[in-house]
Design a protein around this ligand. Structure first.
Ligand SMILES: Nc1ncnc2c1ncn2[C@@H]1O[C@H](COP(=O)(O)OP(=O)(O)OP(=O)(O)O)[C@@H](O)[C@H]1O
Ligand SMILES: [Mg+2]
Ligand SMILES: [Zn+2]
Length: 315
């Protein structure tokens, strides 16, 4: 679900919040003790309470009396703080998240603060960070297609399939091929899907075919190969891969075989892929060998056609 890298970095960030909260409280305590001896005196007595309870218990003394004295001291301390112009909880540890005290977990369950941080990190590492701010299902408009009933019907179907793909991501292994001319909303729909899928805690990657192929090429020509430094492994592992602009890359024997391998491996692993292209089905057939073409136009992918005017120009 989460890449190890994002998980470790989110955990470290939360641990840092915890350390910061504790050291802020410690610094405040120290400072306050230096500036105000009357507080220091209370603190000295309070810090002996634990030991005193233990000793009293051993000797069969009155623990309740010690406890009562402790409560009294705390109240005195709070009152004193307020008198000195501080908030009464000034020296308490103030965690960013009170639910988990900045540990990231409530019992054995991941706290919502850690989940949220992982989502933010997954958005960043998805490659869609900037797009996700602008493109979503909420601002995908059907208005622009209303002048053409065929287009409208097609886009309504696309939107319905895309939403179901995103909402039910945990329970399917489907793939989508978004096909159509430039500026018709293919990337917009892909971003909208990514946003929903990431918010469910999945690991999503987005890139152009060219960049993906470049990463496979890097690995091929690297000496002393070690999987931990692999540039391309992430494309074979992520829960959802969005391959943008198929056909815009520089097509070579290597690019075609890398792409076939990628599509095939993900299919075999049951990992979902979204591919978008400007090319027509005929052009795809001409550019790619049968084994790629038959996979993405065949039964493995649901084909969504995008037609209409270029929205970049309309706006
Ligand atoms: N139905 C829509 N509602 C609102 N905005 C849209 C819609 N369709 C496209 N847009 C906007 O128009 C611009 C172009 O759309 P997008 O990038 O998704 O096109 P595309 O099909 O991916 O084009 P290309 O093939 O050139 O990559 C984007 O800014 C996108 O947000
Ligand atoms: Mg696009
Ligand atoms: Zn928390």
């Amino acid at each position: 679900m989460y890449t190890r890298e994002n998980y470790l970095s989110a955990k470290a960030e939360i641990e840092q919040r915890r350390l910061d909260a504790i050291s802020t409280a410690e610094e405040r305590n120290l400072e306050l003790g230096l500036d105000h001896p009357e507080i220091k005196k209370i603190d000295a007595e309070l810090s002996g309470t634990g030991l005193l309870i233990f000793k009293t218990a051993c000797m069969g003394g009155d623990i309740e009396a010690v406890r009562a004295r402790n409560t009294e001291l705390m109240a005195q301390r709070r009152a004193l703080l307020v008198k000195l112009g501080y908030p009464e909880d000034y020296t308490d540890v103030h965690y960013t998240c009170s639910a988990c005290s900045d540990t990231g977990f409530v019992g054995t369950k991941m706290c919502s603060c850690l989940k949220q941080l992982l989502i933010t990190k997954n958005i960043k590492s998805s490659g869609m960070g900037k797009l996700i701010d602008k493109q979503s299902f909420e601002n995908f408009s059907l208005e622009i297609y209303k002048s053409n009933p065929d287009n409208l019907a097609r886009m309504q179907r696309n939107l319905k399939i895309a939403k179901a793909f995103a909402d039910n991501f945990a329970s399917h292994h489907d793939n989508l091929l978004l096909i159509g001319t430039t500026g018709t909303g293919k990337t917009h729909i892909s971003t909208a899907i990514a946003k929903v899928v990431i918010s469910q805690g999945f690991d999503v990657l987005y890139d152009s075919v060219q960049n993906i192929v470049n990463d496979f090429e890097k690995d091929k020509f690297k000496s002393g190969y070690s999987p931990s430094e692999s540039a391309s492994e992430k494309y074979l592992e992520c829960d959802l891969l969005i391959i943008d602009d198929l056909g815009a890359e520089f097509i070579t024997q290597f690019s075609v075989s890398a792409l076939y391998n990628l599509i095939n491996t993900r299919q075999n692993k049951g990992l979902s892929t979204i591919i978008s292209t400007n090319l027509s089905a005929g052009e795809l057939a001409g550019k790619y060998e049968g084994r790629i073409y038959s996979r993405i136009i065949g039964a493995d992918y649901t084909v969504l056609r995008f037609e209409g005017d270029d929205h970049r120009i309309i706006r």
